[in-house]
Design a protein around this ligand. Structure first.
Ligand SMILES: CC(C)(COP(=O)(O)OP(=O)(O)OC[C@H]1O[C@@H](n2cnc3c(N)ncnc32)[C@H](O)[C@@H]1OP(=O)(O)O)[C@@H](O)C(=O)NCCC(=O)NCCS
Length: 300
């Protein structure tokens, strides 16, 4: 009976994910998988499992079901923001400061002073911070969305940006530290951000860190900050225990693709292939899914 319901859940999951991959747009499968996970949690089709905290604990409860990879995602996303930060990106980590090298400053607009990074959940973002991040996405990428089959859908983008499991690394000048009590803080002090989620991969096979956005204001590009943010995301992913980092890039954004390839990312196996239409025209996909292994010793 248990096996039957498990296989029904898997079947339902597979067919819903399949529909999402073929029917909806960028990143939608992740939302859907999240909803399926929520459904499963609510319907309690599968019993909740507990994490063994030490070997003795494992021995004492050897009859307990093992921690599954889906549990890693659920448990990581249930951590409080403070606990997530202290485990994976402690507040005094040198990774939270970035100093652009003078030789790397390509334009007069690039700040000479150090930049500070702050980790926040979507729920912690003030409206002004969310607006500032949204404006950066709109400024750098809305044209690419408009020219794709995904289309630019500002409301859907805002909804995605506010997903409960979405986390942000916000970049500011060090001289303008974030004041959490000041909701009137000027939004333009956010010079860039990276957003990510700990989630299951598109085939619901294993947990990954998915980078949703990485956007820098113009004067900050080309001085190593983008590489630094990706490195921070990779370190968080390794800390959490996921073995892969993934992202989606428009095929029209060749600069970003070069940037990711330079950092060791390559096209993932699940990235869509060109479609051959009935009239034999080949339609290349609008976007590519790229990934990089986070396993120890894997360079790719
Ligand atoms: C893409 C982006 C995040 C890269 O960050 P960045 O700080 O400019 O990149 P870095 O300075 O760390 O560059 C690292 C490497 O990537 C490559 N690269 C970066 N920008 C590039 C560009 N425009 N064209 C070609 N290669 C580029 C370079 O080879 C560079 O290596 P190098 O130091 O040996 O020259 C940033 O340019 C940006 O915000 N762009 C607009 C928004 C965007 O397109 N985001 C991606 C959405 S998927």
């Amino acid at each position: 009976m248990e096996q039957l319901s498990e296989s029904l859940v898997n079947h339902e999951r597979a067919s819903r994910v399949q529909k999402a991959v073929h029917g909806v747009g960028l990143n939608s499968p992740h939302k859907l998988l999240k909803r399926i996970r929520e459904d499963e949690r609510l319907s309690q089709t599968r019993p909740r499992k507990r994490r063994a905290t030490c070997p003795a604990d494992t021995e004492a409860h050897s009859d307990m079901p093992k921690l599954t990879e889906g549990d890693l995602v659920i448990e990581t996303n249930s951590l409080s923001p403070a606990e997530f930060q202290s485990r994976f990106l402690p507040i005094h980590s040198p990774l939270l400061v970035f100093v652009p090298e003078p030789k790397e400053r390509p334009t007069a607009k690039t700040p000479a002073d150090s930049l500070s990074m702050k980790l926040e959940t979507s729920a912690q973002l003030s409206k002004m911070e969310l607006d500032a991040c949204f404006n950066l996405v709109e400024e750098t990428s809305s044209e690419a969305y408009k020219n794709s089959t995904v289309r630019w859908r500002p409301k859907a983008k805002r909804r995605e940006m506010q997903d409960v499991d979405m986390r942000y690394i916000l970049v500011r000048r060090l001289s303008q530290p974030l004041d959490n009590n000041n909701s009137d803080q000027a939004p333009h002090d956010i010079l860039g951000f990276l957003s990510f989620m700990i989630t299951m991969d598109d085939d619901y096979m294993y947990p990954v860190l998915y980078v949703y956005e990485v956007h820098l204001s113009e004067g900050l590009r080309g001085c190593g900050l983008g590489s630094h943010l990706m490195n921070v995301a990779e370190k968080i992913g390794q800390g959490v225990g996921v073995t892969k980092i993934m992202l989606t890039v428009f095929t029209s954004n060749t600069a970003a693709e070069k940037f990711y390839r330079r950092l060791g990312y390559s096209k993932d196996d699940i990235s869509p292939e060109p479609r051959v239409l009935r009239n034999k025209t080949v339609r290349p996909p609008d976007y590519m899914i790229m990934s990089k292994s986070l396993k120890d010793g894997d360079d790719a």
